[in-house]
Design a protein around this ligand. Structure first.
Ligand SMILES: C=C(O[C@@H]1C=C(C(=O)O)C=C[C@H]1O)C(=O)O
Length: 250
């Protein structure tokens, strides 16, 4: 069926995406919170009502949609309504997923998590005026986290193909509990949490010639990165896996 994507290949992609997520958090942490970025009454952009952040994200997604970004089944916009169509020739991506995958987009949840829980936990309070850069860095974080979480579709597809006999009855019964047990690998989850903390230590250290003065001081707290994965990235990836599996036999 379709092509030979393996669980190992999908997991390798998730591991590589950790680098992008950790780096994007480090880049955002260069700036303080910068509250006006999120304040709808600050921007007062002619013809637009909303925050500078929303303006930035909607405009950027419109450009990226025209350039073909969302033709890729791995990409999910935060504001899918009223996106312009792609203006470039359609690339024929491998058809790995069941068509029901197209209807799954949990970016609203990811957006709320990022701004309400994650962001205040890893940036310093304060305002340095760099609101456009702040919005750009936020979008990088959101896109990296969203791509990782929605990769749950591919994870679920390969797990389903590997153990079809076990998954099919649970899907027919629409049994979330059994599906969760089938797709959960606690050892993999533990390794992910440890590895992202290690990446935060490695990528977030001050690199100096000569004596290593600042040992133990990181640009983003490794515990916050592993907490992000434990509390949000892994549970939401599993949520996408389950949403996908529930529709896999439609
Ligand atoms: C992504 C996978 O599925 C589940 C979710 C995981 C994650 O989000 O990192 C890890 C293990 C599984 O419980 C996987 O098996 O690799």
């Amino acid at each position: 069926e379709h092509n030979n994507v393996t669980l190992e290949m999908v997991r390798d992609s998730l591991i590589r995406q950790e680098d992008t997520i950790v780096y994007s958090l480090i880049e955002r942490a260069r700036f303080p919170l910068n509250p006006p970025t999120y304040d709808p009454s600050y921007a007062s952009i002619p013809g637009f009502s909303g925050s500078l952040l929303e303006f930035f994200v909607k405009q950027t997604e419109a450009v990226q949609a025209k350039a073909g970004r969302y033709d890729n089944p791995e990409e999910h916009p935060f504001f899918p309504d009223n996106l312009p169509p792609s203006l470039v020739p359609h690339y024929k991506y491998p058809e790995v997923l069941h068509p029901a995958a197209m209807s799954i987009n949990i970016n609203k949840l990811i957006w709320d998590m990022y701004f309400n829980k994650l962001l205040p936990s890893f940036v310093s309070p304060g305002d340095d005026g760099n609101y456009a850069l702040t919005a750009a860095r936020d979008l990088e974080c959101l896109q990296a986290i969203s791509r990782r979480i929605h990769h749950g579709k591919f994870v679920a597809e390969v797990k389903f193909r590997d153990e079809r006999k076990d998954y099919e009855p649970a899907i027919r019964a629409q049994d979330r509990f059994t599906l969760t047990n089938l797709l959960t690998f606690t050892n993999v989850e533990e390794a992910v949490k440890k590895r992202v903390a290690k990446k935060a230590m490695t990528f977030g250290q001050e690199v100096k010639l000569g004596d290593d003065g600042d040992k133990g001081k990181y640009k983003v707290d490794p515990a916050i990165v592993s907490g992000l994965y434990a509390d949000w990235v892994i549970p939401l990836t599993k949520e996408v896996e389950i949403d996908y599996l529930l529709r896999r036999l439609d």
